[in-house]
Design a protein around this ligand. Sequence first.
Ligand SMILES: Nc1nc2c(ncn2[C@@H]2O[C@H](COP(=O)(O)OP(=O)(O)OP(=O)(O)O)[C@@H](O)[C@H]2O)c(=O)[nH]1
Ligand SMILES: [Mg+2]
Length: 154
Amino acid sequence: MLDILDTAGQEEYSAMRDSYMRTGQGFVLVYSITDPSSCEDCMTIHEQLLRSKDSDEVPLVLVGNKCDLEEERAVSKQEGKSMAEKFGDCKFLESSAKACINVEEIFISLAKLIEKANDPNAAEEEGEEEGAKPKTGKSSSSTGGKKKLKCSVL
Ligand SMILES: Nc1nc2c(ncn2[C@@H]2O[C@H](COP(=O)(O)OP(=O)(O)OP(=O)(O)O)[C@@H](O)[C@H]2O)c(=O)[nH]1
Ligand SMILES: [Mg+2]
């Protein structure tokens, strides 16, 4: 189960950021493809996120929303991708809440990233090391369903 917190973007509420950043396990950072200043806000919020988590990497999906407004696009897809690459192991998607494009994918991707971050065998599974232990039935069942994951939409 995914517990989703939709946070208020306005500066007036920024004092609460540190507390929900510390509690959240995974984050969706959303900008508008029609508004470059919203990208800058994402970068600032990302810096604060790493400080709050005291970590170099946090399960994160960067989203360029409003992709239905192609004629008003002011941030290219490549710019979005590059920003996600700077953020490290960060998934990037463009979405439209209005046209229902990629909305579910955002949360599926984030849930996978949280599971990966929580799985002590993940590094082993991904690595090319010889003799890496095969994933046992027991560890794969740990991804099966009942754990509650906390996600914040920033
Ligand atoms: N065309 C289009 N408009 C959208 C889309 N998503 C949101 N909007 C519009 O953009 C405006 C802002 O949307 P919100 O959902 O309030 O944005 P927010 O970032 O959550 O804002 P705060 O909660 O105030 O931080 C509203 O007028 C929405 O209707 C989208 O995918 N396409
Ligand atoms: Mg909102």
